[in-house]
Design a protein around this ligand. Structure first.
Ligand SMILES: [Zn+2]
Length: 68
């Protein structure tokens, strides 16, 4: 029994999951395996933020949804 539609799996969720594969801090090399990128939507842009729990380095990414 398979269902194609998955409520809750929005495109933004999938993008967030994509970033969740990149959780190694470039500054100290800490692998935040249990961490997540936090997303914040504003207008047609999504801002992602990840704070390294080891050294406190903050990484930010902005995704332009480029609505057309
Ligand atoms: Zn770090």
């Amino acid at each position: 029994m398979y269902r194609e539609s998955r409520p809750g799996a929005s495109p933004l969720d999938r993008l967030g999951s994509h970033f969740d594969a990149d959780l190694v801090c470039p500054d100290c090399g800490f692998d935040d395996a249990d961490g997540h990128w936090m997303s914040d939507t504003s207008g047609d842009r999504v801002r992602y933020r990840h704070v390294c729990p080891s050294c406190g380095s903050i990484r930010k990414r902005t995704l332009d949804l480029g609505r057309r």
